[in-house]
Design a binder for this molecule. Structure first.
Ligand code: ADP
Ligand code: ADP
Length: 237
């Protein structure tokens, strides 16, 4: 369970871009984070994984207060937060398998993937995940031989390799066609359900968010202006 309480963020010499954001995400719930450009969505996501430090407020993941951890401790905790990116962020010249295994290392420099001998258990886990995302036949291909949708599936498997307690997903379908976008959203939805994972998906495609999330949080000017079911958003519009 993720709990955010009174989160604010002020960049240097600038007005507040998060103005006291509070919400909880229980296990298995997928939140679609929507709002116009500049609303503070990326800032919120980056505060949660502590790529940037919030100015005030609390972020709890289960019983850990992420917002007060030292950067060393946070590096450890970040292993429990799976990230899925718009542009996949794969290492092009590594194989699909190696990209998935690299999730095990968190966000270390990729060449460490070559140097590490992965235990058999982790290799089996990676095979299992490749099977789950439908890429078992592509395990030995180079990442740059895959289509966009396949690359995002690698990104999903890599995030799961961390055995995360939370998924943070940044515009996962922005580079994909509508049909592939729906397939990727459905896969994320199924996996969160199967694993009881809470997820926050930063997504500008509102119809897609409404179709594949349980709950919509609308940010505007750094404040939560909507928090409810997709159906409730539909009625408000
Ligand atoms: P969104 O993801 O909703 O488009 P952002 O979180 O990227 O919104 O940005 C929210 C506001 O914070 C914007 O006004 C943006 O210009 C500002 N901002 C984002 N990053 C920085 C930064 N590193 N320094 C100063 N201002 C920033
Ligand atoms: P996004 O696609 O997330 O909205 P942006 O174009 O807002 O991306 O931001 C891209 C990068 O520029 C981010 O790293 C963000 O922190 C930084 N940035 C955005 N706005 C500002 C700003 N006003 N001052 C300094 N850095 C900014």
């Amino acid at each position: 369970m993720l709990r955010i309480k009174g989160l604010t963020k002020q960049y240097k010499n600038a007005p507040l871009v998060l103005k006291g954001v509070s919400f909880e995400v229980p296990k298995g719930q997928i939140v679609g984070l929507i709002g116009p450009s500049g609303a503070g969505k990326s800032t919120l996501i980056r505060c949660i994984n502590r790529l940037i430090d919030p100015t005030s407020g609390e972020i709890w993941l289960d019983n850990t207060l992420l917002s007060s951890l030292s950067s060393g401790k946070m590096r450890e905790q970040r292993r429990h937060i799976g990230m899925i990116f718009q542009e996949y962020a794969l290492v092009e010249r590594l194989s699909v398998m190696e990209n998935v295994l690299s999730g095990r290392l968190g966000y270390l420099p990729f060449w460490r993937t070559f140097l590490r001998r992965f235990p058999e258990k982790e290799i089996q886990m990676a095979f299992g995940l490749l099977e789950r995302v439908g890429l078992i036949d592509h395990a030995n291909k180079r990442a740059d031989e895959l289509s966009g949708g396949q690359r995002q599936r690698v990104g999903i498997a890599r995030a799961l390799m961390q055995q995360p307690d939370l998924l943070l997903v940044d515009e996962p379908t922005a580079s994909l066609d509508p049909k592939t976008s729906r397939q990727i959203m459905r896969l994320i939805q199924e996996i969160c359900f199967e694993r009881g994972l809470p997820a926050i998906i930063n997504i500008h495609d509102v119809p897609l968010a409404m179709q594949f999330t349980h709950r919509i949080i609308g940010l505007h000017g750094g404040s939560v202006v909507f928090d409810g079911s997709p159906e409730a958003l539909d009625e408000e519009a």
